[in-house]
Design a protein around this ligand. Structure first.
Ligand SMILES: [Zn+2]
Length: 214
């Protein structure tokens, strides 16, 4: 093989490599941009419309995601799942999420975590990334809640739970920089601002402390 033909081979191979690299970049980045656009422009708009408060009755209105119509009005008994320092509100930028899907409540590891509302456990387990050890509770009416980065879990799938129950305790499992609870409420599987449900409840007044007042 002459030097000339070797040069030709390398040259054409580089061209192909460039095309492959460019195609790879486009394929990789397209969903990233799509997710970025969805999270920043779509999710906050959708979230705001899924759960609203009736200013007259203080009822929580659950909207059909496709039609926007109110499908249910509920008056749930709620409590903050844990006390602590509120380090990240819903919708803010965090090191792990462009659009924070819940509220972070930081504090000592081991503090008990309660469901914000009664329901049934639909998931209790661990993943090595993201939420780490977490519990998901179904509250009916297409409302679910997530309690993430737990240190320990005390319930199993199928357990009915009340707001008095301890479902786990605060930890730092999964994508977490320190002990905190990631508390998330979903309506039709999409995260909504938990404060819509918590109403005027003062920050971090969990059930044990709220009970002392009565
Ligand atoms: Zn979080």
């Amino acid at each position: 093989m002459s030097y000339f033909s070797t040069a030709i081979t390398i040259f054409s191979f580089r061209r192909e490599l460039q095309i492959v690299a460019l195609a790879f970049l486009i394929i990789t980045l397209t969903p990233v941009f799509a997710v970025f656009m969805l999270l920043n422009n779509g999710l906050d708009i959708v979230s705001d419309r899924l759960a609203t408060v009736d200013t007259q009755t203080q009822a929580i209105e659950i909207h059909d995601p496709t039609t926007g119509e109110v499908v249910t009005e509920i008056h749930p008994v709620v409590a903050w799942p844990i006390s602590g320092v509120y380090t990240a509100e819903f919708g803010v930028l965090t090191p792990y999420q462009l659009f924070h899907s819940g509220i972070d409540i930081a504090g000592p590891k081991g503090t008990p975590v309660h469901p914000f509302m009664e329901g049934t456990v639909v998931y209790a387990g661990e993943i090595w990334w993201g939420f780490g050890k977490h519990v998901i509770i179904d509250h009916g009416n297409n409302i679910t809640s997530v309690y993430a980065h737990l240190d320990k879990i005390f319930v199993v799938k199928g357990h009915p739970v009340t707001i008095n129950q301890v479902i786990g305790n605060r930890g730092s499992t999964g994508w977490s920089t320190g002990p905190h609870l990631h508390f998330q409420i979903n309506v039709y599987g999409l995260p909504v601002d938990p404060r819509t449900f918590m109403g005027n409840l003062a920050n971090g007044v969990p059930i044990e402390e709220a009970d002392h007042d009565h």
